[in-house]
Design a protein around this ligand. Structure first.
Ligand code: 4NP
Length: 168
């Protein structure tokens, strides 16, 4: 964990209306529960839905587990995010390669960067290095699966953040 306080994490998917807003709110919830002073935000690799609230299906499924997504608004990942965040979490492998391509551009245009890039599921024992499947064109099961994975992967990240904090 870097010495910067607070540590800043950005969750990233394609549209920033289903998976990454869910990941943002779930990860923030677990950071709060574990008293970790960490800022969590989200963005999309695409600019398909700028300024839009999360998909209503994501909002409804999340609310059933107590997560309120209603105040979030979509935005596209930008070069400065690689300076402003310490950790960027990709929801799937396509997102990961798009993020890494933008990171190479950011390094060329902005110089030294802060952000490490990893999969949301990087340390998840239940879904190791697996994609969070895109629920957009599917049914209710897909949205529940996003929540299951976001909860499981967030808890795995909490353990990593705590270990990093101890070492710092
Ligand atoms: P997300 O889901 O990447 O989890 O936000 C999607 C949302 C919108 C689209 C694709 C995926 N779309 O094609 O508009």
């Amino acid at each position: 964990m870097s010495s910067r306080t607070p540590y800043k994490v950005l969750c990233v998917c394609l549209g920033n209306i289903c998976r990454s807003p869910t990941a943002e709110v779930v990860l923030r919830h677990y950071c709060d529960v574990h008293n970790l002073n960490i800022v969590v935000d989200s963005a999309g690799t695409s600019n398909y839905h700028p300024g839009k609230a999360p998909d209503l299906r994501s909002q409804e499924h999340a609310l059933k587990r107590g997560y309120d997504l209603s105040g979030l608004r979509a935005r596209q990942l930008k070069l400065r995010d690689f300076i402003e965040f310490d950790l960027i979490l990709a929801m799937d492998h396509d997102n990961l390669s798009d993020i890494l391509a933008l990171q190479a551009r950011a390094r060329y245009e902005l110089g030294q960067l802060c952000a490490e890039v990893a999969l949301m599921s990087e340390y998840d024992p239940e879904y190791p290095k697996q994609a969070v499947p895109d629920p957009y064109y599917g049914g209710a099961h897909g949205f529940e699966r996003v929540l299951d994975q976001c909860e499981s992967s967030s808890l795995a990240w909490i353990n990593v953040f705590k270990m990093q904090q101890k070492r710092a």
